[in-house]
Design a protein around this ligand. Sequence first.
Ligand code: ADP
Ligand code: MG
Length: 725
Amino acid sequence: MSARLSLTTPLIELPAYLRRIGTTTAGNLAAELAPVVGKPAAADVTVEDLLLYLPFRYEDRSHLPRIRDLTDGMAASVAVAVYAPSSTPIRTKNGKQLTLFEFTGRDETGRIRAYWWNQPYLRQTFPAERRVILYGEWQFSNRHQCYQVENPDYELLGDDTEDDVPETIHVGRCVPVYRKLGAFRARALRTLIFRLLTALGDVPDLDLPDELRSRSGLAGQLPTKAEALRAVHFPSVGANLGELEARRSPAHARLALEEFFLLTLALGDRRRRREQAGDKAKVVITDAIRARVRQVLPFPMTQAQKRVIREIVTDMTGSRPMSRLLQGDVGSGKTILALQALIIAVENGWQAALMAPTEILVEQHHRSLTRWLAGMPYRLAALTGRLRPSEKKAIRQALAAHELDIVIGTQALIQEETTFARLGLVVIDEQHRFGVMQREKLVTRGIAPDVLVMTATPIPRSLAMAVYGDLDVSILDELPPGRKPVVTALRGPDRRARVYDFIRQECTAGRQAYIVYPLVAESEKLDVAAATAAAEKLQRDVFPMFTVGLLHGKLRADEKDSVMQRFAAGDIQILVTTTVVEVGIDVPNASVMVIEHPERFGLAQLHQLRGRVGRGTAKSYCVLMTPDRISPEALERLKFFAETPDGFTIAEKDLLWRGPGEMLGVRQSGLPVFRVGDIVRDTDWLTAARHTAWRILRDRPDDPQTRLWLAQAQCRFPLTTGGVH
Ligand code: ADP
Ligand code: MG
């Protein structure tokens, strides 16, 4: 234990530093904070973590309204003294037993009533004559002839026996209000944070780089870290409350810039270390190789595809390993670009790995590559779940002996115990389905392979910077010729029969349809049961003239593959499925996508599903089957989706509405937890941080100051580093 309280002191050690803080209190607080700040255990929670638990609003208590100033429906804090507190048991009409706790509150100008249901213990909290602040929405009660407030937020005044905490931190000024943390209410948190700030004195400043200060546009105004912490918790008189509440004050900037800088530095460092981990897989491009590539291509490339392949080739033939993120809307034709990179690597004598997130996609890629590369001498295999252990073992041995050039597999299959003789290229398809902070590790054997990451969920720039900040970005912003936007419509239950008629019509014309059911039940088993029942019913009652197939996550790998193959071959016309088809599936003849309970999906996910159709030249349709009861907000989202064909626009909205974790579906997989900054709101600060971090790593990676920053960065954002992401 260090002698002096510092930002890195574990919260559970507080009793050694502050009087009247018990081990139980400290332990409880740390336990409450851990999940909020994204730390695995209470023991990891530090003083800084608590100090970065920012107020969610501020209240100007320098002039609180008096009772006579209240108006009906007004949300306000009022200071009163407690009179006649009482609890009354009440029996409701349907026989339920409730307890009502209420008291009368008074100030010099009048009287109010405050009441709570079923919290009898409040009797102890509010003894008569106690002074309290009540916050809530005030309603005039005709029955009681005064304003009243139900279940208000409250703060007891003057209950601190603590000589070192002046009452003036709670009243008569602008005070911070915190969200309750377990049993810790705003006032307790305010007191503790005040005491911590006092005890800490001047915390050492992490000197932000000058470049970052000037890029932020706030150079002259940025406070030191200690000042910033004080200012966000206890704003000085005359501070701009609007700016504070919006978290855009110079003090917030100081703290947010620090965390963005440390994150982008950690990401940049991960890339640098990867580049230094071994020699770059050397790649040249010759006319012979160009000819080979041309020979394989089944169709002319779009302009965007040509541009991106040039970017990829420049990386591959350059002196540093490629670290590139390829973003392109669903159906923009990323696979064919991966194919070209694979050919170039193999022609240079390297092995290449293509990773996909699902078995179904692995099989699909395997089939396309086998078809495209039919006339080529490349040795190709897929490591899939349906192989016998002995077959997997044989493939692994062949990889280690360089008897295979290209391997396709899920991430798990390629990683487990797999060694490559000469791995030169890794392509990761649909990266957003994989973890983010814990990028994949592959055995590299002293060679740093080229890495191409492809994602089909368009990612807003801000999010891409935070999540893929270590990658260069290529954008495929053009769809192959002949594509028409998918006609998207909302249909209520009364139109179901007509939707089925329409499917019949399309299938009669030789096309195919998906019907997607969301994951709804707690257990996948129940969902599967629902989808199975639906498929049986549809086959029997609605589409007896067609073949209805069923695909879900619980099928065995070979069963999934056989259903997909029959659908791809057109033997199945209607595929009833769960979201397993969400990513990557490419059956260009399918022209109808029906989504049941679309309100249960995020927009980015709906866009992925819609992207399963409209991949050929036939006009395609996406029908959202809305239920009878749907909230106005959900309806608004779905309407926006129906009107918007562009994946990037949809992603921006999804990010705004649902936040980054939900949007990427990576809540569990370690999207960095930001404490002050918000990548959507503070994109300007994030951009400034990223530019600065990269310049520093390029210009002075070995400076003592840079090393200091890097040490902090790794502490704050521990990224997994492997040979490969
Ligand atoms: P995604 O970017 O979603 O992975 P795919 O690579 O699966 O998209 O491509 C979608 C469909 O478009 C595939 O059927 C593919 O063969 C086709 N395609 C890709 N590029 C072109 C092109 N330049 N011209 C015509 N069709 C193309
Ligand atoms: Mg794809």
